[in-house]
Ligand binder design. Structure first.
Ligand SMILES: [Zn+2]
Length: 312
């Protein structure tokens, strides 16, 4: 197999089909109000470290559906909010990153995400070396030990190609199948890397359809139309339209699974695991819910919103 194709095995963002949106009558309207509501109403959590432990983020790292959500959360915490965390939360955070390193090592996937976290950790260590360590000296030594362990795991990771006698190899796939793979990538950087990896993919990535469907995945018809109207010369150049849209509106953030907030009992939970809900045990509560749209009871919580629950 082409050497560049092996490199692509590190992991790519795949498109997740757009779900039909239901209108959620949220009472939360702004950040400040949201923080207050959450502090009062989130059931059972006193702080971020407890939430991360009770939602079992360490084990969840090994679930492919939850991996990207957790990595985004770690990214936000390490890059911007580390100094705002308690010593306990910092320890939990570093332990989860160690688990991410183990998962990447075992699965041979998403090494670029681990590399990004390691780069941010390096900056944290350098910053601490300039006279402002995080928390107490003993605590910081413990963090350094964990960070060193993470680096050791990362250094030992070697992406292994599939054995040569395994068939079919990627390069043996018919062009239609390769196109279907490219149509499922959700990120322009992955498309560009694919084009560099193999001539057939380079030719397919030039097709208008790939970029048009990428635009339709990330942006609404109204957004697309407004960019086309504002730059009439780009009407057929979907790659250019995509980049204009990306700069204008930002890319859509999608995860296979997100933390959910139950509006009945104000509980945070993983959708695939569920939670013991007050609505299931209290007949009076069930009565009140008779006329309520059941699909609006659980609110998906993106990583940024999750951190706001803890004033981060
Ligand atoms: Zn509930």
């Amino acid at each position: 197999m082409n050497k560049n194709l092996k490199m692509l095995k590190n992991g790519m963002k795949m498109k997740i089909p757009r779900k039909k949106k239901t209108k959620i009558p949220l009472t939360i309207t702004n950040t400040q109000e949201q923080n207050i509501i959450v502090k009062v109403n989130i059931a059972g959590f006193n702080g971020l470290s407890e939430a991360l432990k009770r939602l079992d983020f360490r084990s969840a790292v090994h679930d492919g559906r939850r991996f990207h959500y957790i990595c985004k959360l770690l990214d936000l915490l390490v890059s911007h909010r580390l100094n705002a965390l308690s010593g306990c939360a910092q320890r939990v955070l570093f332990n989860i990153i160690e688990e991410v390193a183990r998962q990447v090592s075992q699965s041979q996937q998403n090494k670029h995400m681990l590399d990004r976290l390691l780069g941010q950790l390096r900056q944290v260590v350098e910053f601490a070396c300039w006279g402002r360590p995080l928390g107490s000296t003993i605590l910081w030594e413990q963090h350094l030990n964990t960070i060193n362990r993470i680096h050791e795991i990362a250094d030992r990771i070697e992406i292994r190609p599939p054995s040569d006698n395994k068939e079919p190899q990627f390069e043996q796939l018919p062009e239609e199948c390769v196109r279907e793979v490219l149509l499922r990538l959700a990120d322009h950087q992955d498309l560009e890397r694919s084009a560099h990896a193999w001539g057939v993919m380079a030719r397919l990535v030039d097709e208008l359809r790939i970029w048009r469907e990428l635009c339709q995945f990330h942006f609404s018809p109204r957004q697309i139309q407004s960019v086309i109207d504002n730059s009439p010369n780009t009407s057929e150049d979907w790659q250019l339209i995509y980049h204009k849209l990306r700069k204008c509106y930002g890319l859509r953030e999608e995860y296979a699974e997100m933390i959910q907030l139950c509006r009945n009992c104000r509980c945070l939970f993983w959708h695939s695991i569920g939670h013991p809900c007050i609505a299931d045990t209290d007949p009076n509560f069930m009565e009140k819910l008779e006329d309520v749209d059941k699909s609006s009871l659980y609110v998906p919580i993106p990583p940024q919103a999750f951190l706001k629950f803890f004033s981060l």
